[in-house]
Design a protein around this ligand. Structure first.
Ligand SMILES: Nc1ncnc2c1ncn2[C@@H]1O[C@H](COP(=O)(O)OP(=O)(O)OP(=O)(O)O)[C@@H](O)[C@H]1O
Length: 726
């Protein structure tokens, strides 16, 4: 049996297959860059290395079928690999012809028997026997051989025929196999191309799977996020639901409440409907009444219009009346005298009893003199000067009696009688004093300059009169005047006037001005007095001018001034006694009118100067030894300014009497220069003479009384005052 040569596929062929399958494969691998795909490709290659059923067919050359005519010896593979030759059919074994190893190719009679016949390579038929002896045997033998040969030939022919038939059969088989092979090759090619396609599809599928995986992971992430979002939403919705439920519960409660209310209201509604019907009936009745009233109203409206017109006329009359009142008030003040003098005697104080206990004839220590006790009253009687107030109706007189010893030793009694515009006894209250002063405060709001002095020796009650004590009843002239001005300003609003109030507070110490309301260091700033001749106003440079909004504010300003003065005081020197203090309240008003009645635009500017003068005692009384130079200087300065004040008032009096261009020595002191505009012209001046009730101060009191009388006899303007002196 011949076998088909086994054709193995070599690695180049595999490469060929691979190259057929894959010129695009590596590039795809490179393009994808995917390790996984590479692994798949390696796996593919390994799969290709596996032995296959079709590999025995040989390399894929479908276009070259096997050649049936090629002998086994000549058969080689296309790659030069030798294949086994087809097996030659074996001839029947010849037992007689041992030397013949192979049959002759053709059977021909030999013409030269001597010649060795080479039947087969290496074998030679020998012809060395003698031809004669052996001719018959040879012929016989030859014949035998010939017959044998013939039979061999025949056998051989038969074998050849059989062989040819076998060959033919083999060829047929080969052809069939080749056909099969071709068919299989085609199938293989088809299968390979399918495989390639499948591989491509596989790669595509891998890519797609990869993409799908990515997409899937993205989708999974999206889904997870979505789930989280949904979870959040669910939580929110749950929270909303919870809130909604609670809202719903509340709403349910509200609804039930409302239902109850509705049921109540429907009941009320029914009641109201009934009432409404009743009211409608009433309304109809009222409508008819309204008609009656409407006619009445129209009548009243006419009357009201007439009344309003009348009111406006009255308002106009009132404003005109206000002008008349001002004029009359001023005339009254002028008639009273533009310089007036009040005298006020303070009561004896417990401190006086302590101070002058040595002078008491009655025994007993000062500590035993409790207030209101008989001893104290007795002591007061002893200490008190002989003062009398005979004018019990008009309170205009004060009489002082004194006794002195003459050179001959005779006791001489003297009586001094003084008359003033008003004399206040020790029991007089602050309110009573102010009642007389309040008219001057009124003049101030009418646009006049007013000046009120408190004059007297140290401890006579000047500060008490001007500033007063802490309590309401003890409030002095300054807070009361301010309060009055505020009250008048607010009352005047109804008459069409609007006021602005400003205040300043200064002291004159040793002819130097100090700002008691200033914020800087006390006693350091230099201030100058400036007069405006056109407006008649006076201004002090660098002085703190405070806009006043309420009386309480003025009280706190007084406290500030007091504290600044206390800082400047020394143990030896009570500042308030040694300096003049001047509180100035400036009032500016404009007539803006009232509703329905336009203002006249009239303006007025007035000022109220409340002056607490320094102690008026004489130098030799205060400082008998006169060693303290500073205090001597203070006293000289005080005396100078007080005498300058007296000179100015006297000059004004002379001018009033005689007229003409009498020189008024305002510039002789800071005090008179400061008060220049408040002492002259249309100004009104009041001097409050404060007296000590003590007998010990009698001489000082008499000096003060004489000075005050001099002032009281002075006339400024039209009115002239009379006075009586002893
Ligand atoms: N009318 C009065 N009623 C009750 N106490 C008075 C009266 N007048 C003065 N005093 C008291 O007398 C004392 C001395 O008064 P005040 O300080 O006012 O005198 P002064 O003249 O201002 O003295 P100085 O010149 O030292 O300032 C104070 O304690 C005061 O309270």
């Amino acid at each position: 049996m011949s076998r088909l040569p086994r054709l193995r596929s070599s690695s180049p062929d595999r490469n060929h297959i691979n190259s057929d399958a894959g010129p695009s494969l590596p590039s795809r691998m490179a393009a994808s860059g995917s390790l996984k795909r590479k692994a798949i490709m390696e796996e593919d290659e390994e799969t290709l290395d596996q032995p296959r059923k079709v590999a025995a067919v040989g390399p894929i050359r479908p276009s070259r079928p096997l050649q049936p005519s090629r002998t086994a010896a000549n058969v080689t593979t296309t790659r030069g690999v030798a294949t086994k030759p087809l097996t030659r059919p074996r001839a029947p074994t010849l037992t007689q012809s041992r030397g013949m190893s192979a049959p002759p190719t053709s059977l021909k009679p030999q013409s030269k028997p001597t010649a060795p016949v080479r039947t087969a390579p290496g074998r030679v038929v020998s012809g060395s026997r003698p031809a004669a002896g052996r001719a018959g045997a040879d012929d016989k033998r030859f014949n035998e051989l010939q017959s044998q040969l013939t039979s061999i030939e025949e056998a051989r022919a038969a074998d050849a025929a059989r062989l040819a038939a076998d060959m033919e059969a083999e060829r047929n088989k080969v052809a069939e196999l080749q056909n099969n092979h071709l068919a299989l090759s085609r199938e293989l090619a088809t299968a390979k191309s399918q495989e390639l396609n499948q591989r491509r599809e596989l790669v595509h599928a891998s890519d797609e799977i990869e993409n799908l995986k990515k997409k899937h992971s993205r989708e999974v992430m999206d889904l997870e996020m979505d789930i989280k979002k949904r979870d959040r939403e669910i939580r929110e919705v749950t929270e909303d639901l919870r809130i909604c439920r609670s809202d719903l519960d509340r709403e349910r409660e509200t609804v039930s409440t409302l239902k109850k209310t509705i049921s109540h209201q429907s009941t009320s509604h029914l009641t109201l409907t009934t009432q409404n019907h009743a009211l409608e009936a009433q309304s109809t009745a009222l409508h008819s009444q309204i008609d009656v009233y409407a006619s009445t109203v129209s009548e009243l409206t006419l009357k009201l219009e007439a009344a309003q017109k009348h009111i406006e006329d009255l308002k106009r009359d009132a404003m005109d009346g206000e002008l008349v009142r001002r004029k009359l008030h001023n005339m009254v003040q002028e008639l009273k005298g533009n310089i007036r003098v009040f005298c006020r005697v303070r009561p004896i104080l417990p401190s006086d009893i302590v101070t002058y206990s040595g002078a008491l004839s009655t025994s007993g220590s000062s500590s035993s003199l409790s207030e209101g006790s008989i001893d104290q009253e007795k002591a007061k009687g002893e200490l008190q000067a002989n003062l009398a107030f005979p004018d019990t109706r008009d309170h205009k007189e004060i009489v002082i009696a004194s006794s002195s010893s003459s050179a001959t030793g005779q006791e001489r009694k003297e009586v001094y009688n003084f008359g003033f515009d008003r004399v206040f006894e020790p029991e007089s209250t602050q309110a009573e004093v102010f009642e007389e002063i309040s008219q001057l405060a009124q003049s101030c709001t009418d646009g006049y300059n007013v000046c009120i002095f408190a004059y007297g020796q140290t401890g006579s009650g000047k500060s008490f009169t001007m500033e007063g004590g802490v309590s309401e009843t003890n409030a002095g002239m300054i807070p009361r005047a301010v309060e009055q001005v505020f009250r008048v300003a607010s009352e005047m609003k109804s008459r069409g006037w609007e006021y602005k109030l400003e205040g300043q507070f200064l002291e004159i110490y040793n002819e130097t001005i100090n700002d008691l309301l200033g914020k800087g260091e006390f006693d350091k700033k230099k201030h100058e007095i400036k007069h405006d001749s056109k407006t008649g106003s006076t201004r002090v440079t660098d002085i703190e001018v405070v806009t006043l909004t309420s009386p309480s504010q003025v009280r706190s300003l007084l406290a500030i001034a007091q504290s600044r003065r206390s800082v400047a005081a020394t143990m030896m020197n009570e500042r308030s006694s040694r300096s003049h203090s001047v509180f100035t309240l400036r009032i500016s008003g404009v007539n803006v009118g009232i509703a329905g009645c336009p203002g006249t635009g009239e303006r007025c500017e007035g000022s109220l100067n409340l002056v607490d003068l320094a102690g008026s005692e004489r130098l030799n009384v205060s400082f008998a030894n006169g060693t303290d130079k500073e205090r001597v200087r203070e006293t000289q300065s005080i005396n100078k300014s007080l005498s300058a004040l007296g000179d100015v008032i006297a000059a004004l009096g002379e001018k009033g009497e005689k007229g003409g261009d009498k020189h008024i020595p305002y510039r002789n002191s800071k005090l008179t220069y400061l008060l220049q505009n408040s002492l002259s012209g249309n100004s009104k001046t009041l001097m409050v003479l404060n007296l000590s009730p003590l007998a010990a101060h009698l001489q000082e009191s008499l000096t003060s009384l004489r000075f005050a009388t001099k002032v009281n006899n002075t006339t400024i303007g039209t009115a002239k005052k009379q006075s009586r002196t002893s």
